[in-house]
Write a protein that binds this ligand. Structure first.
Ligand SMILES: *[C@@H]1O[C@H](CO)[C@@H](O)[C@H](O)[C@H]1NC(C)=O
Ligand SMILES: *[C@@H]1O[C@H](CO)[C@@H](O)[C@H](O)[C@H]1NC(C)=O
Ligand SMILES: *[C@@H]1O[C@H](CO)[C@@H](O)[C@H](O)[C@H]1NC(C)=O
Ligand SMILES: *[C@@H]1O[C@H](CO)[C@@H](O)[C@H](O)[C@H]1NC(C)=O
Ligand SMILES: *[C@@H]1O[C@H](CO)[C@@H](O)[C@H](O)[C@H]1NC(C)=O
Ligand SMILES: *[C@@H]1O[C@H](CO)[C@@H](O)[C@H](O)[C@H]1NC(C)=O
Length: 261
C-alpha cells in the first residue's frame, strides 16, 4: 500500500515531463547532414568526414555555432549563417567517440550532435621476447586497439593453448589481453601467439617465452632463520648468566648485611 502515498507525486512529475516534452520537440529546427536527431556516424580512418548543419525553417538570418566536444570551432565568415559545415580530415583513431555539435547562436539549447564511431582493424603490441626462470611467474601482455572490439585468443606453438586451471589465467580488458602463468615449467617454453579477429581484419603478434633453469639463489630464509637462532642463543645465554650474576650479588649483599649486624 506504500505506493499510494507516492502515487500523486509520481503523477505530477509525469505530467510535468509530458508538458515539457512538446516544447523540446518544436525547438528541433536544425539538421546535420539532413538529420534532426543526434546520431552516430560510422566512418573508417583516413577519410574525410564533412558535417553540414542547416536551419530548417529560416525566416531570418540564423547564426550557427559548431562545437568539438566543449570547444568552439572557429568558423569562417560565410560559413555561419543559415548553413555551416565542418570537415574532419583525415579521420584518425583519436577521433573515435568525439562529439560534434551544431547549435543555434540565438537559442543554444537548439542543437544536433554527431558522435564519430571511427572503425579500424586491430593493432597489437607487446614485449615479444621474455626470459623467465623455472618456477617463477610471467605475464604476457598483448595490447590491443580495435574498433569494433576484436575476439581475442591465445595460441602456443601454433595450436590452441590448453589452459591449466591452477597455472594459467587470462585477463581481458578493452585495451589488453593478458596471459599469466604461475609456477612456470620447462614445457611452458615456446612461442605464444596473440590472435585478434574483428569484422575488419585478423591480426597476430608472437611472444617468445624462454624458460631457463632455476639459478640456485642464496637461501635468504635460511640465513634469517640462522641469525635468529644465534641471536636467541646469545640472548638466553646472557639471561642465564645474568641470573647467576644477580644471585652472586645477592649472596654478597646478604653476607654484607650479616657482617654489618
Ligand atoms: C520550425 O518548423 C518546425 C516544424 O518543421 C516547427 O515545429 C517549429 O516550431 C519551427 N520553428 C520555428 C522557429 O519557426
Ligand atoms: C538566411 O535565411 C533567411 C530566411 O530564409 C534569408 O532571409 C537570408 O537571406 C539567409 N541568409 C543567408 C546569408 O543566406
Ligand atoms: C532556408 O535556408 C536554406 C539555406 O540557406 C536555403 O537553402 C533554403 O532555401 C531556405 N528556405 C527558405 C524557406 O527560405
Ligand atoms: C561502430 O561501428 C561498428 C561497425 O559498423 C559497429 O559494430 C559498432 O557497434 C559501432 N559502435 C557504436 C558505438 O555505434
Ligand atoms: C608455426 O607456423 C608457422 C607458419 O606456418 C611456422 O613458420 C612455424 O615454424 C610454426 N611454429 C611452430 C612452433 O610450429
Ligand atoms: C624455447 O622457446 C623459444 C621461443 O619460442 C625457442 O626459440 C626455443 O627454441 C625454445 N627452447 C626449447 C629448449 O624448447
Amino acid at each position: 500500500m506504500a505506493w499510494k502515498a507516492t502515487g500523486p507525486l509520481q503523477a505530477c512529475k509525469l505530467l510535468l515531463v509530458i508538458l515539457s516534452l512538446p516544447q523540446g520537440r518544436t525547438s528541433s529546427v536544425l539538421t546535420v547532414n539532413g538529420r534532426t536527431e543526434n546520431y552516430v556516424l560510422d566512418t573508417p580512418t583516413d577519410v574525410q568526414a564533412s558535417l553540414e548543419c542547416a536551419v530548417l525553417n529560416n525566416t531570418s538570418d540564423e547564426e550557427l555555432l559548431w562545437y568539438r566536444e566543449d570547444g568552439r570551432v572557429d568558423l569562417k565568415t560565410g560559413n555561419k549563417i543559415n548553413t555551416s559545415s565542418v570537415c574532419v580530415s583525415p579521420i584518425s583513431k583519436e577521433d573515435n567517440g568525439v562529439r560534434f555539435t551544431c547549435k543555434l547562436q540565438s537559442r543554444q539549447e537548439v542543437s544536433v550532435s554527431v558522435v564519430l564511431n571511427v572503425t579500424f582493424p586491430p593493432a597489437l603490441d607487446g614485449n615479444g621476447f621474455q626470459t623467465v626462470e623455472e618456477n617463477s611467474h610471467v605475464n604476457l601482455v598483448c595490447n590491443v586497439n580495435s574498433n569494433p572490439p576484436a575476439q581475442m585468443t591465445w595460441y602456443k606453438d601454433n595450436s590452441t593453448l590448453i589452459l591449466e586451471k591452477d597455472r594459467h589465467q587470462i585477463q581481458e580488458t578493452r585495451e589488453s589481453f593478458q596471459l599469466s602463468i604461475t609456477k612456470v615449467k620447462k614445457s611452458d617454453n615456446g612461442t605464444y601467439t596473440c590472435f585478434a579477429s574483428s569484422s575488419l581484419k585478423t591480426e597476430t603478434l608472437d611472444f617468445h617465452l624462454v624458460v631457463t633453469d632455476k639459478v640456485p639463489a642464496l637461501p635468504v630464509e635460511a640465513i634469517i632463520a640462522a641469525c635468529v637462532v644465534v641471536l636467541l642463543t646469545l640472548a638466553f645465554g646472557l639471561l642465564a648468566r645474568r641470573k647467576r650474576i644477580m644471585k652472586l650479588c645477592m649472596k654478597k649483599n646478604a653476607q654484607d648485611t650479616e657482617t654489618a649486624l
